[in-house]
Write a protein of this length. Structure first.
Length: 123
């Protein structure tokens, strides 16, 4: 009888340890999504730089910012896909004052005016 109780306690401890170990492991899908977002954030500055250069060229040629970013295609940007951020949201040209403009990206949450937005000054 003594050994049976000891065996049950050891088995219970093993089951408990296995359950706790599984619950502490990270979700592989969530980990891969986070890694993908990091990769997208890494390419974003180059994309914003390319669109900003096209906007500068447009403004230099025409004396004003475009009314719509689509006006950059195909003369200043080869394809309109460059106007979509890595998460598939369209970039925005935000005017903050005379001559002050920003190129805005909504970021991973795909919503503007949130903490993960990226803005690039176009001075």
């Amino acid at each position: 009888m003594r050994y049976l109780l000891l065996i049950l306690l050891v088995a219970l401890a093993v089951v408990l340890a296995l359950r706790l170990g599984k619950s502490r492991q990270a979700d592989p899908l969530a980990e891969s999504g986070a890694m993908l977002d990091k990769a997208k954030l890494a390419v974003l500055p180059a994309q914003l730089g390319q669109v900003a250069a096209a906007l500068d060229a447009y403004r230099s040629d025409r004396g004003a910012w475009p009314g719509d970013l689509e006006e950059l295609v195909p003369e200043y940007l080869p394809v309109s896909d460059l106007l979509l951020d890595p998460w598939g949201t369209r970039l925005r040209l935000e005017m903050t004052g005379p001559g002050d403009a920003f190129l805005a990206c909504a970021g991973p949450d795909r919503a503007f005016a949130s903490p993960d937005d990226t803005r690039r000054s176009l001075r």
